[in-house]
Design a binder for this molecule. Structure first.
Ligand SMILES: *Cc1c(COP(=O)(O)O)cnc(C)c1O
Length: 419
């Protein structure tokens, strides 16, 4: 969550006063948001759901992915990317990220086996995966591409919005995401038939609200319908998103220009797949080693990508222990249909990813930062760099002269705590 104000309060109050809190046949906020967000993304359909996790499941289920299928996921993502694959009855296969800390196209190609049906590139921290390479592999090797764009609201890859490039895209609007209604999510898709299946996966009764057309057999989906409160709040957030992202991009450019002036200190911005189109929610730096990253964050309050506590495969407990469902008969790891899928996980299986993630440092931006605050941040990054990269003590590195700008606590996503 970045900016929330009176406009959201008014929109919510309006819906509450109208008593039209149900989306179908009662209110219009969800319909309006779905149309507007589809246009924003440049896709034909957008379907709201209760969460990003559910949106991923709906996307996978709509594509017909299930038992017998492997889905490639990156070693660095929120665990819902993997648990969504399990909820569809398929098996997640974990592959390495590269120095961009997004899924490595070469690792995708190397991991494709006879059971592999799909890949989920995740635009982590608002930064793009290498979509040209991924779509090229997908075409040659016949893979479906589900873009996990939960952290990529407002951003894109080389001029196209995240979630509009693969076969289907999933979004989250939870509290930590770039646009929020507290919780929420949705699916972006062009294909009409897939869109219907997505709506069926989100709401088992959807054919009652939309009309039975007899084209496609209904299947038992989950209950994850959006409320008009979500739609109303997101309509206001959508008015803000381009402005918020523009401010964060300007902040990122100012920080990169400011820190480039440190010259021979050797502070290295992380390589980006689409540097001008990301959400710029973070400015990332790749340190020479994990020790330097650790030193950096003790001086400058920021986050090491590999140390958030929930975004690296070593922390996905259910997957590592193969508890793929509440009931053993529904556990994809125990299903005969999945017998040929690869499911041997270990904590060191993606050692290359861990090595990269543990030396990638993320400095969070915020559209509310003033230029003076950003300049203080640049100064502080300089101090942290002298400590981390030049072996200075904090005193030598002029820590005393520094006014801590953002001494507030940071949450696990690297954003300043709301409190
Ligand atoms: C937040 C997130 C999700 C899940 O979204 P929820 O709305 O929290 O269910 C999935 N994937 C990624 C990469 C996320 O960051």
């Amino acid at each position: 969550m970045y900016t929330v104000g009176e406009e959201e309060i008014e929109a919510l109050a309006r819906v509450i006063r109208s008593k039209a809190l149900f989306r179908y046949g009662v209110g219009h906020e969800c319909d309006r948001f779905e149309e507007r967000y589809a246009a924003h993304l440049g896709v034909k359909h957008f379907a709201l759901s209760a969460s990003g996790s559910n949106a991923l499941v709906a996307a996978l289920v709509a594509l017909g992915i299930g038992p017998g299928d492997e889905v490639l996921i990156p070693a660095h993502t929120y665990m819902a990317t993997g648990t969504a694959v399990l909820a569809a009855g398929a098996i997640p296969v974990i592959v390495d990220v590269d120095d961009t800390i997004t899924i490595d196209p070469q690792a995708i190609e190397a991991a494709i086996g006879p059971q592999t049906r799909a890949v989920i590139p995740v635009h982590m921290w608002g930064a793009a995966c290498n979509m040209d390479a991924i779509m090229d592999i997908a075409k040659r090797r016949n893979l479906l591409v589900i873009e996990d764009s939960c952290q990529g609201v407002g951003g894109g890859y080389e001029g196209r919005k995240f979630g509009s490039i693969g076969h289907i895209g999933a979004f989250s609007f939870n509290f930590y995401k770039n646009m929020t209604a507290g919780e929420g999510g949705g699916v972006a898709v062009n294909d009409d038939r897939l869109a219907k299946r997505v709506r069926g996966a989100i709401d088992p009764c959807h054919f009652y609200w939309h009309g039975r057309d007899g084209e496609d057999k209904p299947f038992a989906g989950n209950g994850a319908r959006a409320s008009e409160l979500m739609g109303a709040m997101l309509n206001v957030q959508l008015d803000r998103i381009d402005g918020m992202v523009a401010k964060m991009r300007a902040e990122k450019m100012r920080i990169l220009a400011g820190t480039a002036a440190f010259g021979n200190l050797g502070l290295k911005p992380t390589r980006m797949n689409s540097a001008d189109h990301d959400c710029a929610t973070h400015v990332m730096f790749t340190m020479p080693n994990a020790e330097a990253a650790q030193k950096f964050i003790t001086v400058f309050p920021s986050v090491i990508a590999g140390k958030t506590g929930r975004h690296t495969y070593t922390e996905w407990d259910q997957i590592l222990i193969r508890e793929g469902a509440a009931h053993p008969a529904m556990n994809p790891y125990l299903m005969p249909a999945n017998a040929k899928c690869r499911m041997d996980y270990s904590k060191d299986m993606c050692a290359r990813s861990l090595e990269i993630l543990n030396r990638t440092v993320m400095v969070p931006t915020n559209p509310e930062h003033s230029d003076a605050q950003i300049d203080d941040m640049i100064h502080n990054i300089g101090v942290a760099s002298r400590v981390a990269l030049a072996g200075m003590s904090p005193e030598e590195a002029e820590l005393r002269n520094v006014i801590p700008v953002d001494a507030r606590k940071f949450d696990a996503l690297g954003r300043p705590d709301a409190a």
